[in-house]
Design a protein around this ligand. Structure first.
Ligand code: ADP
Length: 260
């Protein structure tokens, strides 16, 4: 509602920081949305930006694992949650910090929206950019984001195969209808270099996300290759963007475009 939006503005004025919410969304799960959100945030922090990360994937939170903050519980101050400081200069709030590992979160829409509100209304004082890792698809959490915490922009990630692209198109449409500008589209998991022979193949195809961006008049931000080190480092709570490998460079380039 209009009231919700003005509440957020007032809250922002109170801590005197112009804060931009950048939502990271996808049509489907498993396409690398959370991985991108983590590494964009870490890369932005490396570039000297004050950034926070909200894990809005209420039902399938993964940011505690990805940032290596598992097992930590946020305290509340003035009945607002205090984000957990990760080792990468990125404070984070996630349902993963509020529930037990592996515990199923089976909430109806209004409760999920309530949880989302708690995470977004945490003590984000000082963060100029809030990266929000959305759940996949176009459900209640996305609607609450649009109505109550309208992002300044949305980054859409997709793998290059047709089914994922179809859903990515829907995600783009949802944000556009909600008046949220699309920062751009990222293609993930294109181009796999065989660790044995070095030959590059495209298990999920290649170029599809760029084509969708073009068709929909959106910016194509770049592609992230399918690389085992991304999965291994991510699972270990070591964001590739914090490292020195070629993938760190790729995430840094994406972050520069997103942070503009
Ligand atoms: P989503 O948030 O879209 O559900 P995730 O970010 O959780 O997807 O990624 C799903 C799985 O794929 C994770 O195990 C992640 O480490 C892995 N993954 C994501 N992107 C890549 C990539 N470019 N190369 C290798 N593995 C990846």
């Amino acid at each position: 509602s209009a009231d919700g939006v003005s509440e957020v503005r007032v809250a922002m004025m109170a801590d005197k920081v112009e804060r931009r919410i950048i939502a990271v969304g996808s049509g489907k799960g498993g396409v690398g949305k959370s991985t991108l959100a983590t590494n964009l945030a870490v890369a932005l922090a490396r570039q000297g930006r004050k950034v926070g990360l909200v894990d809005a994937d209420i039902y399938g939170p993964s940011q505690a694992r990805l940032l290596g903050t598992e097992g930590q519980r946020p305290v509340a101050h003035d009945s607002k949650l205090v984000p957990i400081a990760s080792r990468w200069g990125v404070p984070v709030l996630s349902m993963a910090h509020l529930s037990d590992p592996g515990q199923a979160i089976a909430w109806r829409g209004p409760m999920a929206a309530g949880a989302l509100t708690q995470l977004l209304e945490g003590h984000w004082d000082g963060a100029e950019i809030l990266i929000v890792d959305l759940p996949p698809g176009t459900g209640d959490v996305q609607l609450t984001m649009l109505q109550k915490f309208k992002p300044a922009g949305a980054v859409i990630v997709s793998t290059p195969q047709d089914l994922a692209l179809m859903d990515a198109t829907r995600a783009i449409e949802l944000f556009e209808k909600g008046g949220v500008p699309i920062v751009g589209v990222v293609e993930n998991m294109a181009g796999y270099a065989c660790p044995h022979c070095g030959e590059v193949s495209d298990p999920f195809g290649a170029g599809g996300a760029e084509a969708v961006a073009k068709t929909m008049g959106q910016t194509f931000l770049g592609r992230i290759p399918l690389d085992m080190s991304i999965r291994l480092d991510s699972d270990a709570g070591q964001p590739p963007a914090a490292g020195e490998g070629p993938q760190a460079q790729g995430f840094a380039d994406l972050a520069r475009k997103v942070g503009e």
